[in-house]
Design a protein around this ligand. Structure first.
Ligand SMILES: NC(=O)c1ccc[n+]([C@@H]2O[C@H](COP(=O)([O-])OP(=O)(O)OC[C@H]3O[C@@H](n4cnc5c(N)ncnc54)[C@H](OP(=O)(O)O)[C@@H]3O)[C@@H](O)[C@H]2O)c1
Length: 287
């Protein structure tokens, strides 16, 4: 009987936690990586090569996590659509019962460049004849370290556009826990599309104030026009599409305010972690 759970993107920040969570709960884990030979031998986890065809990777699998980065999304030399088509065909061949996709809340926004990358993946999966669970996540709390840790460490300053637009960032650990639970749950109970958010609406100004409070230091906050931020980030070498996607996610939150969802509680049985808790657990990033 098919028993393995295949995790693509297994070495990424989310994938690593999913693999460990599945292993801890006794599942047979097949962790997909481009560097299977270099992966450390780990009890309960079998690393397999991402270069292998999916018809081999999914043989004997009952469920699989799809991570779009691991399909090559964002890599101009890759063909993620062909890889996804191959994955879905292999899932059908082997009777894999459950495909779980880590998607983005931006998929709901017709004008989002990030959403434009996820929607075709979601649409392709809708044609799969087994159960499909689509987990649309909002911004990860860990993004705020990329935005602010250097400036806070160096000069106790932080800047952001959309200073007073509220979002509901989610603790990455909750994202991984929801995925783990979804992969281990009877598919019919979780199939469908779910919005994953953190527990509270917070503006960039409030996020920085939270860091300041937990750090016990004053942080000067500067509200910047989106155009200025775009120029700086693209000038620093970030892909324009990624920058536009990030800015659009705040513009969309301004136009269509997000409401915190109960998905983390529903999947994990625990309340979603707060931003204050995330900061306290990662304070070294801001000291
Ligand atoms: N950050 C957010 O706010 C946010 C919000 C919603 C959704 N998401 C999505 O959540 C996922 C994040 O997952 P993650 O942080 O665990 O890791 P990730 O950045 O998606 O990477 C996962 C793994 O994919 C492999 N990979 C990287 N580039 C690749 C390429 N060009 N071709 C093939 N494989 C490649 C790497 O593994 P190997 O080197 O071992 O092969 C990497 O460890 C992403 O899909 C992201 O779009 C993020």
């Amino acid at each position: 009987m098919a028993s393995a759970i295949v995790v693509t993107g297994a070495t990424g920040p989310i994938g690593r936690q999913v693999v460990a969570g599945l292993r801890d709960r006794g599942a047979e884990v097949r962790a997909v990586t481009r560097q299977a030979d270099a992966a450390p031998a780990t009890a309960g986890i079998r690393f397999v090569s991402a270069q292998a065809p999916f018809v081999d990777l999914l043989d004997g699998a009952r469920a699989a996590l799809i991570n779009v980065t691991a399909l090559g999304a964002g890599d101009p030399t890759a063909d993620p659509e062909a890889r996804l088509t191959e994955l879905v065909a292999a899932a059908r061949t082997h009777g894999v019962g459950h495909l779980v996709l880590l998607s983005s809340a931006s998929a709901a926004d017709p004008e989002s460049p990030i959403g434009a990358g996820y929607r075709p993946v979601e649409e392709r999966l809708a044609q799969f004849d087994g159960a499909v669970t689509i987990l649309r996540s909002v911004l990860f709390m860990s993004n705020t370290a990329h935005w602010w840790s250097a400036a806070i460490q160096q000069s106790r300053t932080a800047s952001a556009p959309y200073a007073d637009v509220a979002v509901a960032p989610i603790d990455d650990r909750d994202v991984a826990s929801v995925i783990t639970a979804a992969l281990l749950t009877e598919p019919a109970a979780v199939a469908g599309t779910h919005l994953l958010t953190g527990p509270a609406l917070l503006t960039p100004r409030e996020l920085v104030a939270t860091i300041a409070e937990i750090l016990g230091a004053d942080i000067a906050f500067e509200d910047l026009p989106p155009d200025v931020v775009r120029g700086r980030l693209v000038g620093a070498g970030l892909p324009a599409r990624a920058v536009d996607g990030l800015l659009r996610s705040f513009e969309y939150a301004r136009l269509e305010p997000v409401a915190p969802s109960a998905a983390v509680q529903r999947f994990t049985g625990r309340r979603a972690g707060t931003y204050a808790r995330w900061v306290a657990d990662h304070l070294a990033l801001f000291r």
